[in-house]
Design a protein around this ligand. Structure first.
Ligand code: PSV
Ligand code: MN
Ligand code: MN
Length: 424
């Protein structure tokens, strides 16, 4: 299905005077110049949607189909196109191979082009055995003590790079499930060395203008140790590979109460933060809607991201992606909510008065420091988001527009009620 621009515009017009009033209200708090810069930055900000988040997710206990789910890659890209049309923020897709191997690369590129969607980081998959594969990843992939398993995993990653090249992608994200569930199961140093050697091999096949993004995660699917368990391990591996290798931070991949914003600051100072996976969590890698549980934390993380983007030219542009999916919401509504939460935190961070914060820090005025951050955090920045969207032709309220236009009903009509998207 395609939404007509006129449908969006007609709904937007109904909100016109309310929107103007709200925006004027913000002008009493912030200078015009800062408002304009913030709106422009919001308009430029694009977050990739993962090809595996468009169908209903599941847990290991069950999965409840949502109806109208995309049955192939074309339909997934069409869904991202719908979200992008409404939000103007989802102008990229991140593919997981082999879940979403494009059969006709030219046709997929053309469709994505038409919808204004580019191909962000490619994701390899060495955490599941594929039908007909010679080797099993039961005992690990890039870290395995079995040479043949390592070679198969390396070859797979190189194949993912080749597919990505055809699509115009510029980075490969590697997340390894490799780990041990029992003490003594493997030798820590041996598996780390294998991982480093395997990553170096993959890195040597990376085109010059590509990046290798190395994700870390403390536990799950293994519960005693994970080979790339934390940012330090990822950072060390990225350094061992070379200047095109970076650490990727996934918000759900930390033990409770980890100071993620400090990790962000350290990596950006070292020029080694390459990508970001957004989600939210209460307990572990819960993959809940961004901002659903800890929005202040998200703001503090964005505060460091903004500082880094403004002060660390040694750090490259980041690959942003939503890595959330679960089993009870309409996946498209869930993604719209996540995008909104990301932009809210970003806008609030952009509004932090950095000069005042610097002065307060120099004066060790702890109370003032907190006030400055919380003044920005407590600002309702949604008028700025709306203004950025409206200027780009998006919806005043993407979620309400999605509902008013009965997009899901239409998708169920077109695709049926028992479709099943590939993914987890
Ligand atoms: C692993 O938990 C992860 O966050 C990685 O990014 C994977 O690629 C993704 O989820 C999907 O399994
Ligand atoms: Mn992730
Ligand atoms: Mn994860």
């Amino acid at each position: 299905m395609r939404i007509q621009q006129e449908q969006i515009d007609a709904l937007n017009r109904q909100q016109d005077s309310f929107h103007r009033q709200q925006l004027d209200g913000l002008r009493t708090l912030y200078e015009e110049k800062r408002m304009a810069q913030t709106i422009q930055k919001l308009a430029d900000f694009q977050v990739a949607l993962p090809s595996w988040a468009l169908g209903a997710g599941g847990t290991r206990f069950g999965r409840f189909s949502y109806g109208g789910e995309p049955g192939n890659l074309e339909q997934k890209i069409e869904d991202i196109g719908l979200i992008h049309q409404l939000t103007r923020t989802a102008g990229a897709v991140s593919l997981h191979i082999p879940w979403d191997i494009p059969e006709d690369v030219a046709a997929i590129r053309q469709l994505a082009d038409e919808l204004g969607i580019s191909f962000d980081a490619m994701n390899s998959n060495t955490f599941q055995d594929q039908a007909g594969a010679g080797e099993s990843y039961r005992n690990g992939s890039l870290s395995s003590v079995h040479r043949a398993a390592r070679e198969q995993a390396i070859a797979h990653n190189i194949e993912v790079i080749r597919i990505g090249e055809q699509l115009g992608s510029k980075s490969l994200t590697v997340w390894l499930a490799d780990g041990a569930s029992f003490p003594g199961q493997y030798n820590f140093q041996t598996v780390l060395q294998h991982t480093e050697d395997s990553l170096k091999h993959i890195y040597s096949e990376l085109p010059d203008d590509w990046k290798l993004l190395i994700e870390y995660k403390p536990y799950e699917p293994h519960f005693y140790s994970t080979v790339i368990q934390d940012w330090g391990t990822s950072f060390a591996l990225a350094n061992a590979c070379g200047e095109k290798a970076f650490t990727l931070v996934d918000l759900g991949h930390h033990l409770p109460n980890t100071n993620i914003e400090q990790i962000v600051a350290t990596l950006m100072k070292k020029g080694k933060l390459g990508g970001f996976h957004f989600n939210d969590s209460k307990y572990g890698d819960d993959d809940l809607t961004v901002g659903a549980i800890k929005p202040y934390n998200l703001f503090l993380i964005f505060n460091e991201l903004v500082y880094g983007m403004e002060n660390n030219p040694q750090n490259p542009d980041l690959a942003w992606m939503i890595d959330a999916s679960h089993n009870i919401k309409d996946p498209l509504e869930d993604l719209i909510q996540s995008l909104e939460a990301i932009l809210i935190a970003y806008a609030q961070a952009l509004l932090v008065d950095r000069n005042a914060l610097f002065t307060a820090q120099q004066e060790s005025d702890v109370v003032r420091c907190q006030e400055i951050l919380q003044h920005a955090y407590r600002t309702d920045v949604r008028p700025l988001l709306r203004e950025a969207r409206l200027r780009a032709g998006g919806a005043f309220d993407p979620l309400e527009t999605y509902r008013s236009l009965e997009v899901r009903k239409q998708l169920v009509k077109e695709r049926g009620s028992s479709t099943r998207a590939t993914g987890l």
